[in-house]
Ligand binder design. Structure first.
Ligand SMILES: NC(=O)c1ccc[n+]([C@@H]2O[C@H](COP(=O)([O-])OP(=O)(O)OC[C@H]3O[C@@H](n4cnc5c(N)ncnc54)[C@H](O)[C@@H]3O)[C@@H](O)[C@H]2O)c1
Length: 279
C-alpha cells in the first residue's frame, strides 16, 4: 500500500530543487500533487514530468498539477489553495517549502532587504498554512504540514534575516502543533479534525541555489558538505524522504518537531576537527 494513496498534497516552491523532489516523492507514493510556484514554466514542466512517471491519483485524471502561487501575496495564496481543492476535492498534506536567502551582510540589510527574505520565508509560510487549514482539518486521519526550515534556524550558519525567519518557522510549527492538535481541538476520538505540524531542517543541499553561482557556488557547497559528519552535501531526494515520512501516517504521533536532515552538520564541529586531524 502506497502511503499517500487517495490523498492530495500542495507543495509550495515545488517546481525546483527540494520542493520538486518532495513533489515527485509524494506522487510516487500515491498522492495527487499540486505544485504551487511563481515560476509557472518550470511548474508546468515539473507537473508534466511527474505525469509521465506516475499514474493518476485517485479521484483525479492526473497525478500532478501546476498552479500559480506567490506566497508573498495573500490573494494568490488563497486562489492556489482553492484551485488545489477544486482539482483534488480535498487537501491532506501541505509542504510549505519556499525560502529566500541572500548574501547581503547584516549591516547592509535595510528594512526592504530584511522583508525580501523574511516575507516569503516566514510570513509566506504562515499565509499558506492559514489558507490551507480549513481543508487540512477535514482530512481523514488528520492533516499534515511539513515546513522546509533550515539548519540556519537552529545554529549560526550566517545570513541573519534568513536564519531568523527560519527560526520563526520552527517555533511556529511548535505553537501550531499545540493549537491544532486533537487534544486542543477536542477531536481525540474523531476521524478527522486535527493537523500535525513538523519541519525538516536541511543542511547544505545540492540545488540551483548553489550551482547557479558556477564554480564558486559548487566549491562552497562542497566545503560546507565537508563540515558535516557525513562529509558531503545532501541531495534533494534525501530531504524529500524525510518530508514524506513526517507527512505520512507513519508519523501519526509526531508533531511539533524539527528534524535536522543535514548529514550531521548541526551536531557541531567535532567531525570536521577529527577529519582534519586524520587527513
Ligand atoms: N539548498 C539548500 O542548501 C537549502 C538548505 C537549507 C534549507 N533550504 C530551504 O529549502 C527550500 C527549497 O530550497 P531549494 O534549494 O530547493 O531552492 P530552489 O531555488 O531550487 O527552489 C525554490 C522554489 O521556490 C519557488 N519560489 C521562490 N519564491 C517563491 C514565492 N514567492 N512563491 C512561490 N514560490 C516561490 C521557486 O520558483 C523555486 O521553484 C527553501 O525554503 C530553502 O530555504 C535549502
Amino acid at each position: 500500500m502506497k502511503r499517500f494513496e487517495g490523498r492530495a498534497a500542495l507543495i509550495t516552491g515545488g517546481a525546483h530543487g527540494i520542493g520538486f523532489a518532495c513533489t515527485r516523492r509524494l506522487a510516487e507514493e500515491g498522492a495527487t500533487v499540486v505544485i504551487g510556484d511563481i515560476d509557472m514554466d518550470a511548474a508546468a514542466d515539473a507537473a508534466s514530468a511527474i505525469n509521465e512517471l506516475v499514474a493518476p491519483g485517485v479521484g483525479s485524471d492526473r497525478a500532478a498539477y501546476a498552479v500559480h502561487c506567490d506566497v508573498t501575496e495573500r490573494g494568490a495564496v488563497e486562489r492556489a489553495v482553492a484551485e488545489t481543492v477544486q482539482r483534488c476535492e480535498r487537501l491532506d498534506v501541505l509542504v510549505s517549502n519556499v525560502g529566500v536567502a541572500s548574501g547581503v551582510p547584516f549591516a547592509d540589510t535595510d528594512d526592504a532587504e530584511w522583508e525580501r527574505q523574511s516575507d516569503p520565508t516566514l510570513s509566506g509560510s504562515m499565509r499558506v498554512i492559514r489558507a490551507a487549514l480549513p481543508h487540512l482539518l477535514e482530512a481523514p486521519g488528520g492533516g499534515a504540514v511539513v515546513a522546509t526550515a533550515s539548519v540556519n534556524g537552529l545554529i549560526a550558519c550566517g545570513g541573519v534575516a534568513y536564519s531568523a525567519a527560519k527560526a520563526g518557522v520552527i517555533n511556529a510549527m511548535k505553537n501550531l502543533a499545540a493549537e491544532y492538535g486533537a487534544n486542543a481541538r477536542g477531536t481525540v476520538d474523531a476521524a478527522s479534525g486535527w493537523v500535525r505540524f513538523n519541519a525538516v531542517a536541511p543542511g547544505t543541499t545540492a540545488t540551483r541555489v548553489w550551482t547557479e553561482r558556477g564554480a564558486e557556488g559548487e566549491r562552497d557547497m562542497r566545503e560546507f558538505g565537508r563540515l558535516t559528519a557525513m562529509g558531503r552535501p545532501g541531495t534533494p531526494d534525501e530531504i524529500a524522504a524525510a518530508v514524506a515520512f513526517l507527512a505520512s501516517h507513519d508519523a501519526a504521533w509526531i508533531t511539533g518537531v524539527t528534524l535536522p536532515v543535514d548529514g550531521g552538520l548541526s551536531v557541531g564541529p567535532l567531525a570536521h576537527i577529527l577529519a582534519a586531524d586524520g587527513n
